[in-house]
Design a protein around this ligand. Structure first.
Ligand SMILES: Nc1nc2c(ncn2[C@@H]2O[C@H](COP(=O)(O)OP(=O)(O)OP(=O)(O)O)[C@@H](O)[C@H]2O)c(=O)[nH]1
Ligand SMILES: [Mg+2]
Length: 338
């Protein structure tokens, strides 16, 4: 019988609209992940997309960008933290992280800086060998301008990572290019990311990890800003005379808006106080009891991962063929029934 390696995992990150889902679809040679329009965030939650490349089976994790129009940074970080904790706890091999950046972007804007900072802190210094920095949308830019921007990325924003083992490559928007980029990572040794060490090995709360502390620090600054605004509205209200009723009503409305924002920030801060790695381990143990006795390793792992990441319905036959390679005759509905 042919030897089949257990599926490995690769995570794809980048701002909204960078082309993460597009990249994975090119890699798959079909429309597996939902792509968005240029403006709104598309991928709502992390998604697992199974890809077969020759003898390699890869679980690509598509993530939402941190500048998401509908979800908060802490929600997105928690979701990424959960899937990374589950993958590490289950012993699935992580081959690396791909960060996609549009070469068409004129400036390295706030969203790009934030997303890149969080990404860097998730990876940590010792994982940089398994990081691939990818520029996309080369057909939409004049080659000289593109090359100039690429040089800036190399010399400025990405210099540290490139100097510590990461690689930088162009994605040409087609399947061969996507396959060649992913193959670079598949040849590498398995990696453990900073966030995984902190959450799973050290049992830290998310807010005490490097990535979580960055998000938490941003929240703290916002909280301070809202508190200052509330205090100045309060002062204004007190300074008004009784006959300035319309003005008072307006201030009261502003106060309510600011107050709701502050509450939202406080909720986000509480959500970062979870020991995600410990919780994920407990959830896995609960799910696992009995499961591995019934299912072979690969279907069991996919079944458990499904509790931590979205799996689109269109991938059923890929999983069925994977399971067959590992001696199991299961389809997806049976797997998710466990
Ligand atoms: N021609 C071309 N179009 C691209 C490329 N990358 C992305 N697009 C298009 O840009 C739009 C947004 O791409 P997505 O792949 O959905 O972006 P994303 O990074 O997954 O965005 P979110 O899910 O919102 O985080 C889609 O219409 C894609 O078809 C590329 O390299 N070339
Ligand atoms: Mg997407």
């Amino acid at each position: 019988m042919e030897k089949h390696d257990a599926p490995s995992m690769i995570v794809v990150m980048g701002v909204t609209g960078a082309g993460k889902s597009f990249f994975i679809n090119q890699l798959a040679g079909r429309q597996l992940a939902k792509e968005g329009s240029d403006l709104d965030s598309c991928t709502q939650g992390c998604q697992l997309l199974p890809i077969t490349l020759g003898h390699s089976k890869v679980m690509m994790i598509d993530t939402p960008g941190f500048d998401d129009t509908q979800r908060t940074d802490s929600e997105i970080l928690t979701e990424i933290a959960r899937i990374l904790s589950a993958q590490y706890d289950l012993g699935v091999e992580l081959k690396g992280v791909i960060y996609i950046h549009r070469i068409t972007d004129i400036r390295y804007g706030r969203a790009a800086v934030k997303t890149f900072e969080i990404f860097k802190k998730i990876c940590g210094q010792t994982a940089l060998n398994n990081v691939l920095l990818v520029t996309s949308r080369w057909t939409e830019v004049d080659p000289t301008t593109g090359a100039e921007r690429e040089r800036q990325l190399k010399d400025k924003f990405w210099a540290y990572m490139l100097g510590h083992g990461s690689n930088m490559s162009r994605f040409h928007g087609d399947r061969p290019s996507a396959v060649s980029l992913v193959s670079q990572l598949l040849q590498k040794d398995t990696v453990v990311l900073q966030l995984q060490k902190e959450l799973v090995d050290e049992g830290k709360q998310l807010e005490d990890t490097m990535a979580g502390a960055y998000v938490s620090n941003n929240l703290e600054k916002l909280k301070q800003q809202y508190q200052d605004e509330l205090a100045s509205l309060e002062r204004l209200k007190q300074d008004l005379r009784d006959n300035e009723r319309a003005m008072k009503r307006q201030i009261q409305r502003d106060w309510q808006v600011e107050s709701a924002r502050l509450k939202q920030i406080q909720n986000e801060q509480v959500s970062l106080q979870q020991a995600v790695g410990v919780e994920v381990r407990q959830e896995i143990q609960k799910k696992r009891s009995g499961l591995t006795k019934v299912l072979p390793y690969v279907p069991a792992v996919v079944s458990i991962l499904a509790a931590f990441v979205g799996i689109p319905p269109g991938v059923t036959e890929i999983f069925t063929s994977w399971f067959a390679d590992f001696g199991g005759n299961f389809d997806m509905s049976e797997i998710f029934a466990f």
